[in-house]
Design a protein around this ligand. Sequence first.
Ligand code: APR
Length: 233
Amino acid sequence: MTAAPRIVVLTGAGISAESGVPTFRDAGGLWEGHRVEDVATPEAFDADPETVQRFYDARRRAVASVATNPAHAGLAALEHELGDELLVVTQNVDDLHERAGSTRVLHMHGELRLARCLVCEVRSDAPGDLLPGPPCPACGERTLRPDVVWFGEMPYGLDDIDLALAGCEAFVAIGTSGAVHPAAGFVLTAEALGATTLELNLAESEITPFFAETRLGPASLLVPEWVDEVLGG
Ligand code: APR
């Protein structure tokens, strides 16, 4: 990363909910239908790679069939005006921020559209299903896994995120329950280092008490409203 961003936005599954991507912990969410330990841990992949691959193949196909919503578009419009003064850190593995036009997006939990080779570690595009496994384009082995961060694994970009949180003026969390660390702690870091903090969520979250301000409502309404405020509209 080059300049320290003025605004750091953390997004969670709630920003993609109105596009039709299921969240994890809401009613009907992914963790109601699946056990985390069966599909989202390295141990699950070791024990039963086919089940894990099938789960992510289904999610990749589901994401490919939906469209961005005004919340993604709002953040893309904000980046268009602010350039590298805005950084979006997302916990989402979908590519809806990019499809809406955002380019400065840090996927701390990885991306469904990428695969990673268990043998050579090279990351490559995963435009389609990983089951049956295509060969790794770098080493030729059939040892690709989804490039998503599972429970017990280290999220991507934590050093860059820490730097960004330390230098930002404003931290805004959109559509995340605050149930998963380290993302759940970002608000405390940002606040301790002097940033203003704002939460946009459909309902109060586990981390609501830590924000200076919380606005409740759907992201498709709240995000464009907030973006207009920032841009002085
Ligand atoms: N607009 C705004 N917020 C919404 C909307 C909406 N339309 N719909 C749901 N939400 C909010 C919910 O109120 C909840 O706080 O989005 C949040 C979704 O929470 P989770 O399902 O826990 O998703 P998230 O916070 O992204 O989960 C974090 O957990 O399982 C892991 O790796 C996975 O990245 C994920 C992480």
